[in-house]
Design a protein around this ligand. Structure first.
Ligand SMILES: *Cc1c(COP(=O)(O)O)cnc(C)c1O
Length: 383
């Protein structure tokens, strides 16, 4: 099946009981047994739920994996992956991660004896000097990165890592969504998603998922899903299933809008650097072109001269671009990473990757692009 068919059909069967075409919301915590241990494969809803199973099958198909495991949030999904590690193990992660991912590794897992190296992976070779035999257990990549929109060459990193040792590679694919990029096809072992973003797509649900390449990883993560219990509810699974049905249409339109907006911003006299992987002069444009179907709908930009006050003025004067955390919804959002999504990262660390106090991030939605540009134009007149 091609992508546009998978989003609608993969893993989705009409309900065997009634023929309902859309997956029902199985709002139950437990299931009747005929005799002790004699049941239809469902015992208790932390362990199994048919709405959740349908979503997991669908996600497996979208990322070309072996299985998928859903969690109550993107960070709960990441937490389960990090629980595959033991004290003394080391992680190598790209250095401009989602703020919450950085915080989870740094403040929750480091105290348990897991060491992390946050490094610049724009040049894949940089990883070599951090790879340690028997110590490095996980490589964590996010691409495009947040909020600098750097592109990491997934294939090149996987090649280096897999040649060195048996190390797991996970890609946080939230920013791309499975429509733009499939890391398992490029050599990764796991893909992590905040389904809250493009998969759900309507800013009405918090959820996470991991898609894995092997049965062994599927078994380990399903074990943690049940043993730890950070599972999503059936209604949320339904919402994400519904969101996914238009994923390809939404992301396609959002990417088109974003490219036009990025070009508009680049020409604007009050704007400094515009970060967007679709530009030929983006340092890893070629890699983006090779590993992504399109360049995504996230843009970040600086005000010329790095004026923090002007940035704040713009942030509070758009009308269509809503000032809010998050991304990947049908509506356009504007944000200030330094004080919002990335406030949990120390300022010194932020500045190292170019995340200045005047950096603005856009999540471009699927509205009419002319209206979106007019909205930015009016806000820019204020500075
Ligand atoms: C939002 C986000 C997360 C965290 O997901 P939640 O669903 O909010 O827990 C992780 N990674 C990236 C890239 C994100 O944007």
């Amino acid at each position: 099946m091609k992508f546009g068919t998978k989003v609608i059909h993969a893993g989705i069967e009409p309900d065997p009981q009634t023929g309902a075409v859309m997956t029902p919301i199985y709002q139950t915590s437990t299931y009747a047994q005929e005799a002790p241990g004699k049941h239809k494969g469902y015992e208790y809803a932390r362990t199994h739920n048919p709405t959740r199973s349908a979503l997991e099958k669908n996600l497996t198909a979208l990322e070309n994996g072996q299985d998928a495991i859903c969690f109550a949030s993107g960070l709960a999904a990441m937490d389960a992956i990090l629980k595959l590690l033991k004290p003394g193990d080391e992680i190598i992660a790209s250095n401009d991660l989602y703020g919450g991912s950085y915080r989870l590794i740094k403040t929750v897992f480091e105290p348990y004896g897991i060491k992390a190296h946050f490094i610049d992976l724009n040049q894949p070779e940089n990883i070599k000097k951090y790879l340690k035999k028997r110590k490095t257990k996980l490589v964590w990549l996010e691409t495009p990165t947040n909020p600098m929109l750097n592109i990491i060459d997934i294939k090149a990193i996987c090649k280096i890592v897999k040649a060195t040792a048996d190390i797991l590679i996970c890609v946080d694919n939230t920013f791309s969504s499975p429509y733009l990029q499939n890391p398992l096809d490029l050599g990764a072992d796991m893909v992590c998603h905040s389904a809250t973003k493009y998969l759900g797509g309507h800013s009405d649900v918090i959820m996470g998922a991991v898609v894995v390449k092997t049965q062994e990883l599927a078994d380990q993560l399903h074990y943690l899903q049940n043993a730890v219990g950070a599972v999503p509810g059936p209604q949320d699974c339904f919402l994400v299933l519904r969101g996914i049905k238009t994923l390809h249409l939404r992301v396609e339109r959002a990417c088109k809008n974003a490219f036009k907006i990025a070009k508009y911003l680049k020409k604007h006299p009050k704007i400094g650097q515009v970060n967007y992987p679709g530009f030929k002069e983006h340092p890893n444009h070629k890699v983006a072109k090779a590993q992504m179907r399109d360049f995504g709908a996230m843009i970040s930009f600086d005000i010329k001269g790095g004026n923090h006050t002007d940035a704040l003025k713009i942030l509070s004067s758009t009308h269509l671009f809503i000032l809010a955390e998050s991304l990947g919804g049908v509506e356009s959002l504007i944000g200030h990473p330094a004080s919002m999504t990335h406030a949990s990262i120390p300022r010194k660390e932020r500045l190292k990757v170019g995340l200045t106090d005047s950096l603005i991030r856009l999540s471009v939605g699927i509205e009419d692009v002319d209206d979106l540009i007019k909205d930015l134009e009016l806000a820019l007149r204020n500075v």
